[in-house]
Design a protein around this ligand. Sequence first.
Ligand code: C2O
Ligand code: CU
Length: 461
Amino acid sequence: GGLATGAHAAAPQLRGRAAGKAASAGSPFTVPLEVQRPIRPLRLAGHDFYRLTTREADVSLLPGTTTRIRSFNGRISPLIMAERGRPVLVEQVNRMDVPFSMHLHGGHTPQRYDGHPMYQLEPGERRLFRYPNEQDAATLWLHDHSHEQHAENIYRGLAATYLLTDEFERRLPLPKGRYDVALQLRDAQFADDGALVWDLHGFGERHTVLVNGRPRPYFEVAARKYRLRLVNTSNERVFALQLGEGEEFTHIGTDGGLLPAPVPTRMLQLWPGERQEIVVDFARFGVGRRLVLSNAFPYEGEAPEVMRFDVVRRASDPSEVPGTLRPVPDLGTSAVEREFTMSFDPKTRRHLINGKPFDMHRVDIRPRLGVAETWKVVNGDGALGIPHSMHPHLDAFRILDRNGKPPAAGEAGLKDTVAVPAGESVRIQVRFTEHTGLYMYHCHMLSHAQMGMMGQMEIIR
Ligand code: C2O
Ligand code: CU
């Protein structure tokens, strides 16, 4: 295990502008982490019912100021807990003055509940959504997918963590309960009065890193193991996470749930839309230690700190990381091969897949239900240095190779979003197994998707 074990080694080529000392608002580690409390559902026979109202809300993110966000039920970074075999019903009420389209990222969701922009809710509308939760445990997230508006809506706050658990996972001796913590990481740009500054092209100015909505917080932990579920809800920021002075931690899961086996690592990349699950054993450091989680790829002139773990007390620890976690299914042999070239067109300033911007009225590909396909995703922006990624909706996939080489152990699990750094290429194998209909695939650099880098597939029988 070298420095980059468990992550793809290549650094994304990011073009952030230097921002001098305005780099990161405020000093780090002055506010405590807010551990997300789950939204309480109405527990009915056989399913859980929620009402999620999307509306503007004034919340305190930076000390001493208030920020107007677009929220679910008035909260920043809310959490929903779901169980396999127990459907979640959501009545979604849109009380904003912009459209909203609810998408469960990573969910195996019937077409009409998947957030396709043709189903978006206009201001004032409400509709019932149903998530079947008939898939393996994984860290999913809920976010907007409205037409040419989602990048801004997500930036302004419309992102919730959705933890799906199952019996298999519950039987493993991994850290549970208060020692299983979701961390939603993102960036933002704030005006002096606390207002969010939004600019579709302004990713290089978003120098404030928020964890569960708080700027570079500290988190008081016990000297024992914690399971941390990292979700990157940024529009475009890539994190390369390191702990302390390059301490070792254990990578146990990714987008599609648990890895086949734990992977000891010292650095982990987390691209927009991706999830990474790790176990950190704070007993190794002892009470009194403070460990900074930092980003090894900050923009130029920017501070690297993301948050700090303060080990403040002893605790008993019955948890363990088993040597095998969850095997990855064999998807069979691919019967279809496709190629997707992701590129920016400087003339039109649009982001394209195979030379075309998204068109809701065009079907780009028609995969067959149950038939495995190999997709080669090529980043055609090597010269411009623009990183991209690929996220097909519905079923998770496996990474076959990255620039022709087998994936690192940390990329060997089921993924639903794959990083494709500038000039690189990745081959994935995907098989759609449950639902037919119209779905999207796109770059998860959200402004790229909003500027056209999205295609439409129709899954057919
Ligand atoms: Cu998280 Cu279609 O996206
Ligand atoms: Cu992109």
